[in-house]
Write a protein that binds this ligand. Structure first.
Ligand SMILES: [Ca+2]
Length: 167
């Protein structure tokens, strides 16, 4: 009897953990300091960090899996930088000016997203992003503090993740 009860409790705990994990997986909201780390890793100039973070917040709410559209020319915008399929990537196969599958801009690894976003920036400037123009350029108060000194991010996710981040 006790064994069975234990098993049931264990399975419930297991199910709760799985459910919790999938909830986190669905949300995919990147914490600010995790995004800062990603920018550092990609070698982006530090002077621009607050603009990049503001842009990500305003374009996608830091949601790495956000897909919006269709917009003009039935284009879709992808991921944390809302990279558009009209010019920069192709849906279903590699292509566009970044030579990438748009779907690659919907996952949790944003290194490739950053490479493409930097290319967009170098080609068209910040003005390529409406969200940046309206909410970062015109409201500099929205530019966040990007000094992430603490080793641990304060994000909810970090409570559930192992310490793989410190390299
Ligand atoms: Ca990606």
């Amino acid at each position: 009897m006790c064994k069975i009860k234990e098993m049931t409790i264990l399975s419930l705990i297991f199910l709760a953990l799985v459910a919790h994990d999938s909830l986190l997986a669905e949300a995919k909201i990147m914490a600010k300091c995790d995004a800062v780390k990603e920018l550092q890793k990609a070698g982006v100039q530090k002077t621009f960090f607050s603009n990049w973070i503001c842009l990500m917040k305003m374009e996608s709410g830091m949601n790495t899996s956000l897909l919006t559209g269709p917009k003009t020319a039935s284009s879709y915008s992808h991921g944390i930088f809302q990279i558009n399929s009209r010019k920069w990537c192709s849906r279903g196969h590699t292509g566009g000016k970044c030579n990438k599958r748009c779907e690659d801009f919907l996952n949790d690894d944003i290194q490739d997203d950053i490479v493409c976003a930097v290319k967009i920036f170098e080609t068209e400037g910040w003005k390529s992003w409406d969200g940046w123009v309206k909410k970062c350029k015109q409201c500099p108060a929205n530019l966040p503090d990007v000094n992430c000194k603490s080793r641990r991010s304060s994000s909810l996710e970090s409570l559930f993740e192992s310490d793989e981040e410190q390299i």
